[in-house]
Write a protein that binds this ligand. Sequence first.
Ligand SMILES: [Zn+2]
Length: 301
Amino acid sequence: MAPHNDVEAFHEVLRSSRRILALCGAGLSASSGLPTFRGAGGFWRNYDATQLATVRAFKMDPGMVWLFYAYRRHLALKAEPNKGHKALAALARRNPDFLCLTQNVDNLSQRAQHPPSQLKCLHGSLFDIKCSNESCDWMQKGNFDDPFCAALAPASVDMPNGEPLPLLDPYHRVKHITEDELPKCPQCSSGLQRPGVVWFGEDLDAHMMMDISAWLRAQPVDLMFVIGTSAGVYPAAGYIDKARKLGARIVIINLEAEDEAEMFKVKPGDFAFGKDAAEILPVLLEPIIGKPNEEGEFEKP
Ligand SMILES: [Zn+2]
């Protein structure tokens, strides 16, 4: 059997694969310059980022949680989709049987022209806004206002010469933002508007989950990419087991994929590439999507 990182052997498998699933995480957007806010260094000011991404945090200090998300919106708007996003989008355009699940909320896959029907954003989007009142179903898709509102302007500052943003310095005092300074829901007029992302402890969108289950049930899966994610969080991790049961070979792409401690995840017949997704995806997908043109774009079929 070819080694787990044999590109030619992978190309053979890819050519004979029709139904393809991908699960993407923060590593896909890393080379676009977006921090992961998870694991080591996952701090924002002096907050553990995972503690800010909760309903509880929003109830206690919505202004601070909004500053965190306003900052992430600003970063994502300034970032550009990389060749990894573009290669996956090109694969989707050429293969209608390719479904991409992403944990990323940065909108970069959409901006790389990934067909919306073939992209499931498991954790929502930084650019969808919803109502924090659980009994209210108001939602606004595609809000790219930057700053989101006047009170959140400190999160949208661009410093000269790459100097650090004062907001990111935990010793730099930020003015407390009151609820009155944040926009309210136009439908119920009582709930605060909040980011349309899935916070820790919240359920993923039920309709989206049913769509994904239906896709998985329909026919066997030939190949599954696991890109830039340790896939440690449910339900992401479960999709790998499901795809495997449906016959899929797994290809793991992330910087640590070939580390000794990670190799137990690679079963016989699977592939693992310990490379940056933006670098290796165009190489791996070349038999289907071709080479990028001079502008770095994969031409549309
Ligand atoms: Zn509302």
